[in-house]
Design a protein around this ligand. Structure first.
Ligand SMILES: [Zn+2]
Length: 282
């Protein structure tokens, strides 16, 4: 495997990418020695492992993906780890890679509070337009927002009711912006669908349909607008190359700034600007 890795584009062992509130480390080498500290990774069943650094136990999920060409370690907003590995890489190489990054991981995790997960249940937290609200299942009548409480009528399935509420907000925000951005990019108003995704806010299909994550309603209003512009821009530019960003900037001059702010949000976690989690630097 080392040979295969050397043929890849050169990346430093500690290259850090930040995306969707996740800190990502990629490497071309799985054989580096431990950096420091008392560390041990114990693999368990079904790709679950625990990295122990000093007294701290850090859950790590190991995912083997046929399309993966290198080992990628993500520090998720809840301070757990996800390691994506190509199928042929041995357990020993994976473990030695994670152990070699232990000091770096510990430093990143120590610098921030873990994000809590979004939960569609009574007492659970979600975001609405970037603001944290608590789901409360004791309401009457329609599902309504009262201050910081999202009141779901008694007797309704909380999960379904919250999902429907988020879908409705997302649909209305998306439909509000869609005609403007379709005109700006010189395309017909595309057909849309609202779906539930764990990691993406939207997807533009090659047939011109755009799928938006129902959780777009969790973003601040101007970032929902950013997602709309971003996906419509993909109709002519189905990639993230320079021409895509140039075209997006031409219709939304502060697109780069909004893209930067998007990094604070993640569909699965209660994070946000000023929350002190996610991408805050140590
Ligand atoms: Zn995109």
């Amino acid at each position: 495997m080392a040979m295969a890795h050397r043929s890849l584009p050169s990346r430093g062992p500690n290259e850090v990418i930040k995306k969707n509130g996740e800190t990502i480390v990629q490497t071309t080498s799985g054989s580096a020695g431990p950096e420091s500290g008392i560390i041990r990774i114990a693999s368990q069943n079904k790709g679950q492992a625990t990295l122990t650094v000093g007294n701290t136990e850090i859950p790590c999920r190991i995912v083997r993906r046929s399309g993966a060409v290198r080992l990628t370690l993500q520090i998720l907003p809840d301070n757990s780890l996800r390691l994506t590995a190509p199928p042929g890489i041995s357990k020993q190489v994976i473990e030695s890679f994670v152990e070699s990054k232990a000091a770096f991981i510990q430093e990143k995790i120590a610098a921030r509070a873990p994000a809590r997960g979004i939960e569609y249940r009574d007492g659970g937290a979600i975001l609405l337009f970037g603001r944290e609200v608590t789901v409360n299942a004791g309401g009457t009548g329609e599902i309504t927002l009262r201050g910081d409480l999202l009141c779901v009528p008694e007797g309704r399935q909380v999960k379904a009711a919250v999902a429907a509420y988020l879908r409705e907000i997302t649909r209305s925000e998306v439909e509000r912006h869609l005609p403007h951005y379709a005109a700006a990019f010189g395309v017909k108003v595309p057909p849309i669908e609202i779906r539930s995704y764990k990691t993406s806010w939207g997807k533009c299909r090659t047939d011109g349909r755009i799928f938006f994550n129902e959780r777009c309603a969790m973003l601040p209003a101007d970032l929902i607008e950013y997602v709309v512009a971003h996906e419509v821009c993909h109709i002519h530019h189905p990639h993230h190359q320079r021409s895509f960003h140039d075209a997006l900037r031409a219709v939304m001059p502060d697109a780069d700034e909004r893209k930067r702010r998007m990094r604070h949000y993640h569909p699965l976690w209660v994070t946000g600007e000023g929350s002190g989690t996610a991408t805050k630097k140590a």
